[in-house]
Design a protein around this ligand. Structure first.
Ligand SMILES: [Zn+2]
Length: 228
């Protein structure tokens, strides 16, 4: 070109061109054409635009704004991991839907119509619903052995109808708090069968809001794993 060699050349991601350039013009800076990169992004990951994700924003920053290599690498990595996690979540979500539909067909018909299960089916995500449904089923096999009033508290001794360990469930009549000696709620965030038995006994037919952990609900999103 006017007797001069170019210093920079931009191509599409063509491997043959890249190989040829390194032989013919080894000292040249070979870059990739941003138009083609962007077009490939739209083709493969364009769905992110529709879903309001910040993925296109991060991609744009990598392409046009960031000039430092380290900063670029950091953002690029974040972008990659986020996309990877999302792909895993989508897959998991599809599996959960399948599991949920399968469980809905199981013959627990009588139980499903109870107010608590209806409430929980509306609130919890499918897997947690299934876990809860099992606990609820077990709660119907529980028996109150003793019941004792201590001020605003009622202390229940609960046991399975066919034996097993006794649990102490303390119910607060003022704020409807319940505390079971098994500590399942504190550990897993789902009420245990003993506490559910006590709720049923005192006439509580839906789960008090404070016992619905946000991370187990349908509204929880990726990254939203901590409760208020
Ligand atoms: Zn318990």
């Amino acid at each position: 070109m006017y007797g001069k060699r170019p210093t920079t050349i931009l191509t599409d991601q063509d491997h043959t061109m890249a190989a040829a350039l390194s032989v013919v013009l080894p000292e040249i800076f070979h870059g990739l054409c941003t138009f083609h990169i962007r077009r490939n992004f739209m083709k493969r990951l364009g769905n992110h635009y529709k879903e309001n994700s910040d993925f296109p924003y991060m991609f744009g920053a990598c392409m046009y704004e960031i000039e430092e290599v380290e900063q670029f690498n950091r953002l690029w990595e974040t972008m990659f991991f986020r996309h990877f996690n999302r792909a895993v979540d989508d897959k998991r979500h599809n599996e959960l839907i399948a599991e949920y539909e399968m469980r809905q067909k199981l013959p627990i018909v009588g139980l499903r119509q109870t107010p608590m299960l209806v409430h929980v089916a509306e609130t919890y995500s499918p897997t947690v619903f299934v876990a809860f449904q099992n606990k609820y089923g077990e709660s119907t096999t529980m028996v109150i052995l003793r019941q004792q009033n201590v001020g605003i508290f009622v202390e229940f001794t609960v046991i399975r109808y066919d034996g097993g360990s006794e649990r102490i469930v303390v119910f607060n009549r003022n704020d409807l708090n319940v505390r079971c000696s098994c500590k399942k709620y504190e550990n897993e965030g789902i009420l245990c069968e003993y506490a559910l038995k006590v709720f049923d006994t005192v006439g509580i037919k839906t789960i008090p809001p404070k016992y619905v952990k946000r991370r187990w609900t349908k509204r929880a999103r990726v990254g939203d794993c901590f409760d208020r």
